[in-house]
Design a binder for this molecule. Structure first.
Ligand code: CP
Length: 301
């Protein structure tokens, strides 16, 4: 089986640091051509703007070509073809598969039948490992270190796959976590258990004010409407937090606001012009990270 990236745990700490180094190289020079002749599939069974387009841009900037779909309704999935069969077929044509799917565990199923590397571009509320790598790259770029930081994750910590992957990865870097969420959207116990096993300190609160002024990274997230069992449950919590510029008067000077995006109402647009907003640069970093992941998994770095 080729090496795939399904969970952030598929990369060791050293591999993560290596990928961040490669991304730095590509940020400095993102016109590369060493994957000419390679073909990479981007299969998106669930909507995406950043992940799909930054992967496609990364493939193009590396000199490879991309095939795939942004919506599976026009594929033979609509005739009842299974995910396993779809992956077996597509893997005949390409050197790597990037896949987003609404079902938790779908990327692992794909990797289990694929003779080419599979990269998980998000599987349900489970994991989004390339988002984690670009989040870590953004933390490193803004803080100058990954070690010893206080990371305050705010919003939908139950369904938000990006906070699951990121808390796992940052637990190797002497982090202190704050989990800010209403009871309905708290961090799942399995991620808290992991932190407990590693003796990583964390606090839980439902008030965004509690740790606004003592965190280095404020990681805002959208309430994931598409994962809720019913609209009434979503409506109860959808506007639970709204960060505005007027709330940032006492924050640490180095503090940066990250958000995997898209945002809805959780960050007011008046925050965008403050020195703390970093979410648009964060999204740009995704292209360098995805160039790095592709190059590493194909054995070119
Ligand atoms: N952050 C992220 O995964 O965004 P998209 O859903 O637009 O890909």
């Amino acid at each position: 089986m080729p090496k795939s990236l399904i969970s952030i745990r598929d990369f060791s700490k050293d591999e993560i640091l290596h990928v961040l180094e490669i991304a730095k190289e590509f940020e400095q020079n993102h016109e590369q051509n060493f994957l000419a002749g390679k073909v990479i599939a981007c299969l998106f069974f669930e909507p995406s703007t950043r992940t799909r387009l930054s992967f496609e841009a990364a493939v193009n900037r590396l000199g490879a070509r991309v095939i795939g779909f942004p919506d599976s309704r026009n594929t033979s999935v609509s005739k009842g073809e299974t995910l396993e069969d779809t992956i077996k077929i597509v893997s005949n044509y390409v050197d790597m598969i990037v896949m987003r799917h609404p079902v938790e565990g779908a990327a692992a199923i794909a990797a289990g039948v694929s003779p080419v590397p599979v990269v998980n571009a998000g599987d349900g509320s489970n994991q989004h490992p390339t988002q984690t790598l670009l989040d870590m790259y953004s933390i490193l770029q803004t803080q100058g270190t990954l070690d010893g930081l206080t990371i305050n994750m705010v919003g939908d910590l139950k369904y938000g796959r990006t906070v699951h992957s990121l808390s796992e990865a940052m637990s190797d870097f002497d982090s202190h976590f704050v989990f800010t969420a209403p009871d309905e959207l708290k961090m799942p116990q399995k991620y808290l258990d992991l932190l407990d096993r590693k003796h990583i300190p964390y606090e839980q609160t439902s008030s965004i004010e509690d740790h606004l002024n003592d965190c280095d990274i404020l990681y805002m997230t959208r309430v994931q409407q598409e994962r809720f069992p019913c609209k009434e449950d979503y409506d109860r919590v959808k506007d639970i937090y709204e960060l505005t510029a007027s709330m940032l008067g006492g924050v640490k000077k180095n503090m940066k606001i990250l958000h995997p995006l898209p945002r809805v109402t959780e960050i007011a647009t008046d925050v965008d012009s403050t020195p703390y907003a970093y979410y648009f640069e964060q999204a740009r970093n995704g292209m360098y990270i995805r160039m790095a992941v592709i190059s590493y998994l194909l054995g070119y770095r």
